[in-house]
Design a protein around this ligand. Structure first.
Ligand code: F6P
Length: 283
């Protein structure tokens, strides 16, 4: 039997061109909400069905779970467990801006802590389609064309000098501690604001230029917005493999114990010095 992790990643990478093409004509809303209460786009439902079919039928995949469905799909054998955000940032469909596909491959049944991840990554549907992928502490960047995958950078690490920052949530809803931290980041003349409304686009800027992305705890939503299994764990695993840090405000995202498949968690990822400082300010 081939390695199910390789099979999952190859399947997602091969499907990316099709997902990108399938967005055409699917930019409207579906009449359904996802388990987090957000109105789904037609493309969210379509991409989820496509990935569910393909990934759950791979030998060695024990479960397929996604942000877009409440129940886990059980596969056959149980070796790896796959959690996916099929179309991150799908509200950008209307304005035709960046979106992504995020995946985490765990070696424990879901919901699982990030420490059970064996690989993770994301596809970015930008001007071209790229993939960032982490396994065994090593991050690789690829360009994807049709079914082909070409390595463009090996052993990717965050640049030492942070350049970009992007923070989600309405500013009046930020906590006092986070507001203080944000002011500090903004007042450093070497930092530039980058916020595009799709987490994966903003996180990929951090991976490329160094810096910090956060969707913090909010006064009216103490767990923030982003989902632990499908979004935060996979991103944290990759950014930590790239020598960065992740935090929920007090500890690595990978240490957060899930209580439910669709748990949310405040997410902060980026250069270690900035995350250390964030934790000091929020303490
Ligand atoms: O649902 C996830 C998401 O679309 C992220 O990709 C993005 O960072 C965030 O929501 C945007 O939220 P807001 O509209 O509150 O800025």
């Amino acid at each position: 039997m081939t390695d199910p992790v390789d099979d999952v990643v190859a399947t997602i990478a091969r499907s990316a061109a099709e997902i990108r093409q399938g967005l055409v004509g699917r930019r409207g809303k579906a009449d359904e909400e996802n388990p987090s209460g957000e109105l789904q786009a037609e493309a969210d439902v379509w991409a989820d069905d496509l990935l569910a079919d393909r990934l759950s039928s791979i030998d060695g995949v024990g479960q397929y779970a996604s942000e877009e469905r409440s129940e886990i799909i059980d596969g056959g054998d149980e070796k790896v467990y796959v959690a996916v955000d099929p179309l991150d940032g799908s509200s950008n469909l209307q304005s035709n801006n960046t979106m992504g596909t995020v995946f985490g491959i765990y070696d424990e049944p879901l919901p699982a802590p990030g420490s059970a991840l064996v690989a993770s990554g994301w596809i970015l549907y930008g001007p071209i389609t790229t993939m960032a992928y982490a396994r065994d502490g090593v991050v690789t960047k690829y360009e994807l064309t049709g079914g082909e995958r070409t390595v463009v950078e090996d052993d990717v690490t965050l640049p030492d000098d942070p350049l970009v920052y992007g923070f989600g949530g309405r500013v009046p809803h930020w906590t006092e501690g986070f507001r203080e931290f944000a002011r500090e980041v903004e007042s450093d003349p070497s930092h530039k604001l980058r916020y595009g409304g799709a987490m994966i686009g903003d996180v990929n800027q951090v991976l490329t230029y160094g810096g910090i992305f956060a969707y913090p705890a909010l006064e009216d939503s103490p767990r923030g917005k982003l989902r632990l299994q499908f979004e935060c764990n996979p991103i944290a695993y990759l950014i930590e493999a790239a020598d960065g840090r992740s935090s929920d405000g007090t500890q690595s995202i990978l240490e957060v114990e899930p209580t439910d498949l669709h748990d949310r968690v405040p997410l902060h990822v980026g250069n270690a010095a900035l995350i250390d400082r964030l934790e000091d300010v929020l303490e």
